[in-house]
Design a protein around this ligand. Structure first.
Ligand code: FES
Ligand code: FES
Length: 169
């Protein structure tokens, strides 16, 4: 067993873990954060995507002990996040989920796209959005609804920003 100290969803966590435990198992089994799903466990499907030091990462191919001192955020840690709330509403409105298995990881990747690439507001940007989503597989939706939901959030956030700029000027 090895000692591990890290921050999970804003809380300091200390635990003794087996060196072979991967981060997803640590989050699900030690921390009870079952919103992080496990599909392939090979780094392919993206169901286990979490935020590691502010960047989306696959928790199934990350040893927990390698995360000493890290800041981890799981889907449960986004409850008060305005961008995530916006995405959740858009996913619902655009029918971007069916079974929901891919959805936690998909939402974390979607939030990364929306915050990192806010300029992808034109129809021609769809290909780039799809490329950004390539690491998250969905067996149900055919991706159309997911892409539409992300486009909707990008568009609505850009409109709010534009309106704010007009008021200031
Ligand atoms: Fe981690 Fe599939 S479960 S990428
Ligand atoms: Fe079922 Fe994506 S909604 S896998």
């Amino acid at each position: 067993m090895k000692n591990l100290n890290l921050t999970v969803n804003g809380h300091s966590v200390s635990a003794a873990v087996e060196p072979r435990t991967h981060l997803a198992d640590f989050l699900r089994e030690h921390q009870g954060l079952t919103g992080t799903h496990l599909g392939c466990e090979h780094g392919v499907c993206g169901a286990c995507t979490i935020e590691l030091d502010g960047v989306p990462a696959r928790s199934c191919i990350q040893f927990a002990v390698r995360c000493e001192g890290a800041q981890v955020r799981t889907i449960e840690g986004f409850d008060d996040d305005a961008v995530m709330q916006h995405l959740r509403s858009a996913f619902s409105a655009e029918h971007a989920l069916q079974c929901g298995f891919c959805t936690p990881g998909m939402l974390i990747t979607a939030r990364d796209i929306v915050t990192r690439l806010p300029h992808l507001v034109n129809a021609a940007d769809e290909a780039r959005i799809r490329r950004e989503l390539a690491g998250n597989l969905c067996r149900c939706t055919g991706y159309q609804g997911i892409v539409r939901a992300i486009q909707r959030v990008l568009r609505e956030r850009a409109e709010v920003l534009r309106a704010a700029c007009v008021i200031i000027s």
